[in-house]
Design a protein around this ligand. Structure first.
Ligand code: HEC
Length: 127
């Protein structure tokens, strides 16, 4: 993590207070179960932000400060986060999926029920 001084627990509180969960699935944030925007699960493993910027802490902070500046016309609103709030929120998002490597080699099914069609989505919103 390259966000010096940022605090992940403060970031979790910022995310809860700003209502990010009204549009995103965010593990660890109560009530953040909406699929209006893309789910933020395993954030640290994402390659791209908004489909066009490399997913770095700096780019995420810039995104949270002003999504329209990074992706004009994006449906993500500018929520008016301060620089400090954006850095804390970014630090929290980068804890998601960090430190956990996939235990199953790419291309192999995760388990007996993971090959073939399934009736339920694999990632369910958390309550
Ligand atoms: C009104 C709904 C809404 C709210 C509230 C909202 N977002 Fe978003 N967010 C979106 C949408 C829609 C996108 C997809 C935008 C795009 O790709 O242009 C998005 C994209 C993102 C992305 C990039 C996702 C990706 O896969 O590239 C992140 C990270 C993100 N939002 C974080 C947050 C955080 C943190 C908050 C709270 C401070 C928040 N969002 C609040 C709707 C919202």
């Amino acid at each position: 993590m390259r966000l010096a001084g940022a605090d992940t627990e403060r970031g979790r509180a910022v995310i809860a207070a700003r209502g990010c969960g009204a549009c995103h699935v965010i593990p660890g944030v109560r009530g953040a179960t909406s699929w209006a925007g893309p789910p933020l699960t395993e954030w640290s493993r994402r390659g791209y932000l908004a489909g066009q910027h490399p997913n770095s802490p700096e780019n995420l902070v810039a995104w949270l400060r002003d999504p329209q500046a990074m992706a004009p016309g994006s449906a993500m609103p500018n929520l008016g986060l301060t620089e400090a709030e954006a850095r804390d929120a970014a630090a929290y998002l980068f804890t998601l999926g960090a430190g956990r490597l996939p235990e199953v080699p790419a291309g192999l099914p995760l388990g007996p029920k993971d090959a073939g069609p399934r009736e339920e989505p694999r990632i369910r919103p958390r309550a």
